[in-house]
Design a protein around this ligand. Structure first.
Ligand SMILES: NC(=O)c1ccc[n+]([C@@H]2O[C@H](COP(=O)([O-])OP(=O)(O)OC[C@H]3O[C@@H](n4cnc5c(N)ncnc54)[C@H](O)[C@@H]3O)[C@@H](O)[C@H]2O)c1
Length: 281
């Protein structure tokens, strides 16, 4: 027992670390930012929605945490440049964690998907995470002995497919390959870990009945989120979920914390399913 000290993180599991979380103004990203901040991490709230990003950051700061809101569309090169520069300044020259979380779906059956629809989803879920990593590479290809970790947010649609979600399923599956490649490129010399977290159904505005919420797409159009028969009708969803409930943003954020935390220090290149057991049987 003496050689097995009790785990103790008096300053938090992520003390001294700096994280960029994309899509962190609300939903899974915002809860992840709050959880990380509680664990001593400085969090950069990157989001398209400037107002909500600012509010999320302010709430973390008034709760005693350290947060910085950086507004911008992650599919634009200039936004990525600004995000990495401001995160590094905020972090005193260091960035330890990137959570590629910003996302939404633009669904249709295969025969109806338009080129613009397809390209928008691939640009958001694959190209933007790649470019963010490429731009932030100098902060990960370092040998200072500090922990570094990438988390790419996927979905059960990317692992099993989902009728009506060809572009989203392909993009979310693509992240699995990106994750494994980062693990192999940045693991050996720099000790960077990379993992994918694939969510099942989590209660956010994306999975609820439409309530007038929308995202401004790169083409400037308002993209309504939510769908009829969303988790408001939870009983219809839970039949194939062994835990018999739709997940909360708390469930989601805690899983992301687990993956970036020292408890996962020897886990890299993996896909962690956070789906209440759905698809895992
Ligand atoms: N909710 C679920 O059930 C579920 C399931 C599987 C995977 N996911 C994934 O989890 C991630 C978070 O989703 P959520 O449910 O929290 O959604 P959400 O809409 O609550 O939050 C997503 C955030 O991403 C931001 N965003 C979208 N496009 C952006 C862009 N181009 N640049 C910067 N920010 C942008 C939005 O403004 C929003 O604040 C997404 O990648 C989603 O695909 C969600």
């Amino acid at each position: 027992m003496a050689d097995t000290p009790r785990l103790n993180f008096p300053r938090g599991m992520l003390a001294g670390q700096v994280a960029i979380i994309t899509g962190a103004a609300q939903g899974i990203g915002a809860e992840t930012a709050r959880i990380f901040a509680r664990e001593g991490c400085k969090v950069v709230i990157a989001d398209l929605d400037a107002e909500k990003a600012e509010k999320t950051a302010e709430a973390i700061i008034s709760d005693g945490g350290e947060a910085l809101a950086v507004a911008g569309d992650i599919t634009r090169n200039e936004a990525i440049e600004v995000l990495v520069r401001r995160a590094a300044e905020f972090g005193g020259g260091k960035i330890h964690i990137i959570v590629n979380n910003a996302g939404y779906a633009w669904d249709d059956p295969i025969e109806k998907i338009k080129d613009q629809q397809w390209e928008t989803i691939i640009a958001l879920h694959n190209t933007a995470p790649f470019k963010l990593l490429r731009t932030a590479a100098p902060y990960f290809m370092v040998k200072d002995g500090e922990a570094r970790s990438i988390v790419n947010i996927s979905s059960t649609s990317g692992i099993y497919g989902n009728a009506g979600q060809a572009s989203y399923a392909l993009a979310k599956a693509g992240l699995v390959g990106l994750t494994k490649t980062i693990a192999q490129e940045w693991g050996p010399e720099y000790g960077v870990r990379a993992n994918t977290v694939a969510f099942g159904a989590i209660k956010t505005r994306l999975t609820q009945a439409p309530k007038g919420e929308y995202i401004i797409r790169p083409d400037g159009a308002k993209h309504a989120v939510g769908f009829h028969g969303g988790y408001d009708e939870e009983e219809k969803w839970i039949g194939d979920i062994p835990l018999r409930r739709v997940g909360t943003t708390r469930d989601a954020g805690l899983a992301i914390l687990a993956v970036v935390s020292p408890l996962f220090s020897y886990v890299s290149g993996q896909t962690v399913m956070v789906s209440g057991g759905r698809g895992g049987m």
